[in-house]
Design a protein around this ligand. Structure first.
Ligand SMILES: Cc1cc2nc3c(=O)[nH]c(=O)nc-3n(C[C@H](O)[C@H](O)[C@H](O)COP(=O)(O)OP(=O)(O)OC[C@H]3O[C@@H](n4cnc5c(N)ncnc54)[C@H](O)[C@@H]3O)c2cc1C
Length: 463
């Protein structure tokens, strides 16, 4: 059934144009809904960010495939195994991915640069007809009325490639502008479904959920922070001391861990670049200034080197290769599990609902699972009246799984598993992956939606 034959499409307003927001936009557009994304930035940081790559495990890839995105075409590199080193750079364990393991996966496992992933999502969203507004900062939302209020006048849609049909006419016809008590102007836009996908420092979170003590939920530092940087793979390979970090064939994830800090690296961009993440205790770094996005803290190379001064020569030489101006410092945040991710006609997805630390590489994957399950549950025949009940169904699919993956992530915070007491590898990590990577959030949501619809039909029949 098309919308012209039946219901009107939902009018979906999404706060945030990151991985979660763009994925939800594509999934909901596929159902024929009218979708707009409001992103506070110019989106430039997503297309130029350095030191930033993502592990797309099979539970993530299988969903991107359903959206028409093939990471092999986006410079993704197939994951080929994991190598564990201690701080002396002695190999504790090295396991290459076997053909048997690969055959058991529901989709391929890719290592991909965040820029490449974001570009693929943005391009696909625009091709599907999503309207993306940039420089649009969400101030508040009203879950009951399903409205979204943004700062200043409604910005023009971003001039983006493939965006020739993009215009704001529909938005402008129904929005209202007003002035705040502090004199700044705002625009309120009506919708039928509001999605908070505005990341770890979410502005929408506080309107959707309160803690049991009725306070607004807040994020806190996990006690660890990370430096991120990129090194050309060829530079590492051409030096006989650092070539131990480059395996052939490529795609190997390398952990080099001491007692309370570690350096993790894996290749991305078809293997041209090594994405490196150095995780250290925040107490040793001192105060990390919290910018609105956390992406703009340029870090000091000498400070980075000092954290790893007791590591062996290969790490010293690797750190010498880091470009002086190419290091970013991020705090790693955590948050108590929220009592609910939904309220009336509004929902929190991705880091806005559950900020992920990087320890098992599932943050983007869980954001994409949230988004795709939402797209399935808000099927083509969804009406505005059915949105709250459908969000209840979505929450029943997502909340428990996300809490479990969060718990598995937190358990991996301590690198104690990776030192010499565990010569046979990281069993806890293997168990965590076993829970995460075999789940297909799309087919699971389809099955549960079918059961839910069947239950409604049965209830109607029996009344
Ligand atoms: C060091 C590190 C390594 C990681 N590695 C991995 C990995 O290998 N694999 C993996 O799956 N995950 C990984 N993660 C986690 C992953 O990056 C996040 O879970 C994921 O990016 C969440 O996506 P999101 O769209 O929810 O949030 P974001 O990507 O943060 O996007 C939120 C968007 O909302 C916008 N926004 C914010 N406030 C507003 C506002 N008021 N109005 C409008 N727009 C707003 C922001 O500008 C941003 O564009 C890692 C995280 C870290 C910190």
């Amino acid at each position: 059934m098309t919308h012209s034959e039946g219901n009107n499409p939902l009018r979906v307003l999404i706060a945030g144009g990151g991985i979660a927001g763009l994925t939800a936009a594509i999934a909901l557009c596929l159902q024929g809904h009218d979708v707009q994304v409001f992103e506070q930035s110019s989106l430039l940081r997503h297309t130029t960010a350095s030191g930033n790559a993502v592990f797309c495990a099979p539970n993530c890839t299988v969903l991107l495939n359903r959206l028409g995105i093939d990471l092999a075409q986006e410079r993704g590199l197939a994951y080929g195994g994991a190598k564990f080193l201690d701080s002396d750079c002695d190999v504790l364990h090295f396991e290459r991915t076997s053909d048997e393991q690969r055959a058991s996966w529901i989709a391929e496992w890719y290592l991909i640069s965040r820029v490449d992933l974001h570009n693929a999502l943005r391009r696909t969203a625009l091709e599907r007809g999503v309207k993306i507004h940039t420089s649009a900062s969400i101030q508040s939302i009203d879950p009951e009325k399903a409205t979204m209020t943004i700062a200043a006048d409604l910005p023009r849609s971003h001039e983006l490639d493939n965006n020739s049909n993009n215009n704001n006419n529909h938005t402008h016809t129904q929005s209202t502008s007003s002035n705040n008590s502090n004199g700044t102007s705002t625009t309120t836009i009506p919708g039928t479904l509001i999605i908070g996908a505005d990341g770890v420092h979410s502005a929408t979170r506080t309107h959707i959920v309160r803690t049991p003590s009725h306070e607004a939920p807040t994020v806190f530092s996990s006690g660890a922070c990370c430096y991120r940087f990129l090194i050309p793979t060829a530079t590492l390979q051409n030096n006989p001391i650092t070539s131990i970090f480059v395996e052939k064939p490529q795609g190997v994830f390398v952990h080099c861990a001491g007692e309370d800090r570690r350096l993790v690296m894996y290749p991305c961009s078809l293997g041209e670049t090594m994405n490196c993440v150095a995780i250290v205790p925040t107490a040793e770094v001192g105060e990390i200034k919290r910018g609105r996005t956390d992406y703009d803290q340029v870090a000091n190379k000498m400070q980075l080197k000092a954290h790893f001064a007791h590591f062996a020569q290969p790490i010293q030489q690797l750190l010498d290769m880091v470009p002086d101006d190419g290091i970013r410092l991020y705090d790693l945040f955590d948050m108590e599990d929220l009592p609910s991710l939904i309220r009336d006609k509004a929902v929190l997805i991705g880091d806005a609902g559950h900020p992920f630390q990087p320890h098992i590489g599932q943050g983007a994957a869980q954001a994409i699972e949230d988004a795709c399950a939402l797209g399935v549950v808000m099927s083509r025949d969804a009406t505005p009246e059915s949105v709250p009940a459908r969000l209840q169904l979505w929450q029943s699919l997502r909340k428990e799984r996300v809490s479990k993956v969060m718990a598995l992530t937190r358990a991996r915070k301590q690198p104690a598993y990776w030192n010499k007491t565990q010569p046979k590898g990281d069993k806890g990590l293997a168990e965590a992956y076993a829970y995460c990577i075999h789940h297909n959030a799309w087919t699971n949501a389809e099955e549960q939606l079918k059961a839910w619809e069947g239950g409604k039909v049965a209830a109607r029949g029996s009344s």
